[in-house]
Design a protein around this ligand. Structure first.
Ligand code: SAH
Length: 236
C-alpha cells in the first residue's frame, strides 16, 4: 500500500482509515489466496507480488469486504461486477506488462484491476481507465487516490471508442465483453502492442490481439470467460 507519508495527519478521518499506520487485517487472507493462485495458475513473481500489494477489500462495497479474498466475482453496484482475482491475474499475465507502459483499461468498475496494473507498470508508466457509470468512476477515483496511485487517470465516458486524447497505448484491456474488437482500440494501439479483451454475447472468449511492427493484426483465442457486456458505440 502506498501513501503512508500522508497518514499521520488525519487519524480520525474514517475515509482515510486505510491509510493510517495500522496493520492490514486482510493481509493473511490475501496471502493465502495469492499463494493458491500462484500454484494453480503458475503465476509470474511480478503478477503475484503486484496482487499481493493491492488491498482488494477496499475496492468492493463495504458489506462484501470479508468476501474480497475468495476467488469469485463480486457485485459492485449498478448491476456490474468486479472480476474474480484469477481473471485479473490471467489478463495481467497475457498483457505482459512492463515498467513504463502506457495502458488503457475499458471498464474501470471500482478500480481494482487498474490498481494491479498500476503496480506492474510502476511510477513511470500510466494507466488510463474509462468507465461509463459516473458513480463507479468516482468511487474508483477516491480509493485509488487515497492509496496513492498517482499513475492512474480515471475518465468517465464510452470506452468502446477508446480514449484518443492519451493514445497511443502499449497495452489495452477491456473488462466487459464486446461484439468484436472495437476499431478505435486497434487504431489507438502502438505498433508491437497488445489488446486483451473478451468477445461474445452468451458464449464469450478471451482474445489476445497483437499488432506487429508492420501494423499487421493477429488474433488468438485464449478460452471461455464470463464478463458483463460492453455497451456503447462499439459495444452491444
Ligand atoms: N475492471 C473491473 C471490472 C469492471 S466490470 C475490475 O477491476 O474488476 C466492467 C465495467 O465495464 C462495468 O463497470 C461497466 O459499467 C463498464 N463498461 C461497460 N461498457 C463500457 C463502456 N462502453 N465504456 C466504459 N465502461 C464500460
Amino acid at each position: 500500500m502506498r501513501g503512508n507519508s500522508r497518514s499521520s495527519k488525519n487519524k480520525n478521518n474514517l475515509k482515510d482509515i486505510h491509510k493510517a499506520d495500522i496493520p492490514d487485517p486482510y493481509f493473511e487472507k490475501r496471502l493465502r489466496l495469492m499463494n493458491r493462485l500462484k500454484d494453480e495458475l503458475n503465476l509470474s513473481e511480478r503478477v503475484y507480488k503486484a496482487m499481493l500489494k493491492v488491498p482488494r477489500h477496499l475496492f468492493v462495497p463495504f458489506n462484501y469486504r470479508d468476501d474480497a479474498y475468495a476467488d469469485t466475482p463480486l457485485p459492485i453496484g449498478k448491476d456490474q461486477t468486479i472480476s474474480a482475482p484469477h481473471m485479473v491475474a490471467i489478463m495481467c499475465e497475457l498483457l505482459d506488462l512492463k515498467e513504463g507502459h502506457k495502458v488503457l483499461e475499458v471498464g474501470t468498475g471500482r478500480g481494482y484491476h487498474a490498481a494491479v496494473v498500476a503496480e506492474l507498470i510502476g511510477k513511470k508508466g500510466k494507466v488510463i481507465t474509462v468507465e461509463r457509470i459516473e458513480e463507479l468512476a468516482r468511487k474508483a477515483r477516491e480509493v485509488l487516490e487515497s492509496l496513492g496511485y498517482t499513475n492512474v487517470r480515471v475518465v468517465v465516458g464510452d470506452g468502446s471508442k477508446g480514449f484518443e486524447e492519451e493514445a497511443p497505448y502499449d497495452r489495452i484491456f477491456v473488462t466487459a465483453s464486446a461484439p468484436d474488437v472495437p476499431k478505435p482500440l486497434i487504431d489507438q494501439l502502438k505498433l508491437g502492442g497488445k489488446i486483451v479483451l473478451p468477445i461474445g454475447n452468451f458464449m464469450q472468449n478471451l482474445v489476445i490481439v497483437e499488432k506487429d511492427e508492420g501494423g499487421e493484426i493477429k488474433k488468438k483465442p485464449w478460452g471461455a470467460v464470463r464478463f458483463v457486456p460492453l455497451v456503447g458505440e462499439y459495444g452491444f
